[in-house]
Design a protein around this ligand. Structure first.
Ligand code: PLP
Length: 408
């Protein structure tokens, strides 16, 4: 089996697996309890908070564990909205139908700015906020998937309370200038919160200054060699954010629910391993990406999605390849790749199976029939040259067969 779908999920790192084991059996104490049996659980959660904070230059008390990237994104948006609304309710005097106008700046339902190429975890939450009366601006990227700071600044309104721009796109790998955007927003208005969905970037590229720039950051354990079902939200100390999961006093009373100690310990260990080996990992993945992409580009009719420059990992995630291949259907190619033991994806994992062309490819201007021929290969440092060479050779044969069948 050749696994080239590391943006969907990753194999668990040995260190992360070992870190989890004690908490799956003997060390079952509830991390919030006071007795001796809970001590190691508590220590493991404390340690993981430090390990996860280190990757973005945050303080441990700014890290809140969640059930994954989806929950973190939901919390960031809904929590920011509720905090803003609570603050407004003291000062506002809405009309009887609750829809009072705010001169020249839209309604008092509030306004957020995000992008048209976010993950569905973010987009569906933004749509939910729209159903509550919030206005949402979905910024359009350029043809390589970039959003720039001036676009964001131009979209700011008097009632804007949140900007959310992803760190790196899960389909086409584009790395957004998030710190620059955050600084530009804060230079105009300090009260606007800046969130970034860093699920695809955390542990993959260097983010060690991010806590200095953004207010909120989502990350997920299973994208960097940790277990599934655990993630985090970085919440800058002192910002207003309402809780999302209500209940007990875990996570300083901001995210209730008995801690998933084994998951959290595994996440922390995976984060530490990624942080320590980040340069080697980036170098290795960039090398493999360039090698595989060069071979794929030997096939005629291949368009690269997103920015690409050989050896560069500042604009595109080191392990990401996204292409559209003319004259084939990505879904058919995936099935044939699978028969040869090769795992890849067309668009994001969360949309594969759906017939609609990906919203990301549409947003960067791909025509529907081009987008249908899209394939994504996402590499990890565990892949080998032999694997990428075989994947390229198998893909080339599959493309010929599909084109013959489609008389392309
Ligand atoms: N955000 C992005 C950019 C993602 O790629 C994903 C998952 O693919 C998510 C959020 C959701 O993360 P999780 O699977 O941890 O819920």
């Amino acid at each position: 089996m050749i696994y080239l779908d590391n943006a969907a999920t990753t194999q668990i790192e040995e260190t992360a697996f070992s870190a989890m084991l004690p908490f799956l059996k003997g060390e079952y104490g509830n991390a919030s309890a006071v007795y001796e049996l809970a001590r190691n659980s508590k220590r493991a959660v404390f340690n993981a908070r430090k390990q996860c904070a280190a990757l973005i230059g945050a303080a441990p008390n700014e890290i809140f564990f969640t059930s994954g990237g989806t929950e973190s994104d939901n919390w960031a948006l809904i929590g920011a909205y509720e905090a803003w609304k609570n603050q407004q309710s003291g000062a506002d005097h809405p009309s009887s139908d609750g829809s009072a106008e705010c001169a020249g700046s839209g309604t008092r339902g509030g306004h957020i700015i995000t992008t048209a190429i976010e993950h569905h975890a973010l987009l569906r939450t933004a749509e939910y906020l729209e159903s509550l009366g919030v206005s949402v601006t979905y910024l359009k990227p350029d043809s390589e998937g970039f959003i720039n700071a001036s676009q964001v600044i131009e979209a700011i309104r008097e009632d804007t309370f949140l900007v959310s721009v992803m760190t790196a796109n899960n389909e086409i790998g584009t790395i957004e200038p998030v710190c620059e955007i955050a600084d530009a927003v804060h230079s105009v208005r300090k009260d606007i919160l800046v969130h970034t969905d860093a699920v695809q970037a955390y542990g993959q590229i260097c983010l060690d200054a991010f806590a200095k720039h953004v207010d909120l950051l989502s990350a997920s354990s299973h994208k960097l060699g940790g277990p599934k079902g655990v993630g985090m939200l970085y919440v800058r100390d002192g910002i207003r954010l309402a809780p999302f999961i209500r209940g007990g006093m875990q996570e300083s009373g901001r995210r209730a629910g008995t801690e998933n100690v084994a998951g959290i310990a595994g996440f922390g260990a995976a984060a530490e391993v990624s942080f320590a080996g980040i340069d080697a990992k980036i170098g290795r993945e960039t090398e493999l990406r360039d090698r595989l992409l060069a071979k794929i580009c030997d096939i005629t009719g291949v368009i690269i999605n997103g920015p690409y420059e050989k050896g560069d990992y500042s604009k595109r995630l080191p392990g990401n390849i996204s292409v559209c291949i003319k004259g084939i259907e990505g879904e058919s190619a995936l099935i044939m790749l699978d028969r040869e033991g090769i795992c890849a994806s067309s668009g994001s994992a969360c949309t594969s199976g759906a017939r609609e062309p990906s919203h990301v490819l549409k947003a960067i201007g791909r025509a529907d029939d081009e987008a249908k021929g899209s394939l994504r290969f996402t590499l990890s440092h565990h892949n080998t040259e032999e694997e990428v060479d075989r994947a390229a050779a198998v893909l080339s044969e599959i493309v010929s067969k599909l084109r013959a069948r489609n008389r392309f």
